[in-house]
Write a protein that binds this ligand. Sequence first.
Ligand code: DP6
Length: 341
Amino acid sequence: MAYPFARNRCSKADGTLIMSQATARAHSNIALIKYWGKRAGPRNLPAVGSISVTLGALYTDTTVVFDDTLSADCAQLDDKPADTARLTPFLDLVRARAGIDTRASIVSANNFPTGAGLASSASGFAALSLAATRAAGLELDARELSILSRQGSGSAARSIFGGFAEMHRGTRDDGSDAFAEPMLEPEDWPVEIVVAITDTATKSVNSSIGMSHLDERSDYYQAWVDHSESDLAAMRDAIAARDFETVGALTEMSCLKLHGLMMSTRPGLIYWNPATVAAMHAVRSLREAGTPVYFTIDAGPQVKALCAPGHGEAVARELADVPGVLETRRTALGPAARVIA
Ligand code: DP6
C-alpha cells in the first residue's frame, strides 16, 4: 500500500524512510444499556457496565505508519489535520508495549459525521488500537485490544466486537478486568438499526467532559450506578431469549435514564433538538401502530431506532419524513474490527 498522505504534511528529518504500517476498520456501536460515568483512576475505568450493538454501515478506517524519520506524531481526520493531544498518550501505550520509540502518522476517515453523537470515538479508537498495534509488530488478542481501546475511549472497547457485545465495569484499579466481550454474532439475531440524523455539527459537550465528576455534579448519579447491575442482568436475559419487546423497552428506558441524568448534571446537558424529540415520538407512534421499534440516543441529537429483523426499511421511510430529520441511515449489525491492509 502506498504511503497514504502527502509527505510534507508531517515534519520529517532528511534521510531514508523506515516505516511499518497497517490499516484497520472498526465499526461504530450504540449502547442499548448505556455507559456514563467513570470510576476513580486512569484511562476510562467505567462506573457501570454496558451492552451495545455494532453497526455495519458506520465505520472508521485508520492507517498508522510508524516512521523513524518523524520527530512528532501527526494525524489527519477526514482529510483535515487533527489534534494529537489525545492520540500521543494513547500511542505511548502501544510504543511502551512494543518497546519502540518511533513516532507515528495516523490517517483516519469516518464514513459518517464525526463527533455528532454517532460514536466516532468508539470506532476511531478501536480502529486505531488495531492499526497501531499491528503496525508496531504486536498481535494482541481481542480482549487485550478491547482493554487497549477502552484506554482511548470507554465505548471503543465494545467496537472491537461485532453483533451484540457487553462491556464489563471491572473492579480492578489497573483496568485489567474492564473489557468487552461478544454476546451474539450479527447472524444470530439480525436486528436492524435506523439512524435519523438531525444535525451534523460537532456536539457542544463531548462525552468525557459531560460525564466527568458526576458524583459531585448530579444528585441522580448514585441511583444510576445503583440500578445498573439489574438493568444489565435484565438485558442479558432478554437478548439470550431473543425477546425483542423486552430488549427494546430496556433500551428506551436506559436511554431516557441517561438523558435524565445528563439533564440533572450541573450545568445541565441537553443534547436533543426539536427533531430529536419529534423522531422519538414518531418511533412511539410507529410502535403503537404495530411496528416493533424502539429508540435510543447517545450524547448528541441523533435518534437511533432499534428495529426487529425485517422492519428497518419501513422505519427508515417513516423517520425520513419527520420534520427536521436531515438524513436516515439504515444498517444491519456489523462485524468485529479487522485489519484491511
Ligand atoms: C452516551 O466512550 O465517548 O455514548 O470514555 O470518555 O471516551 P469516554 O466516553 P465515550 O462515552 C460514550 C457515552 C455514550 C453511551 C455509550 O456509548 O455507552
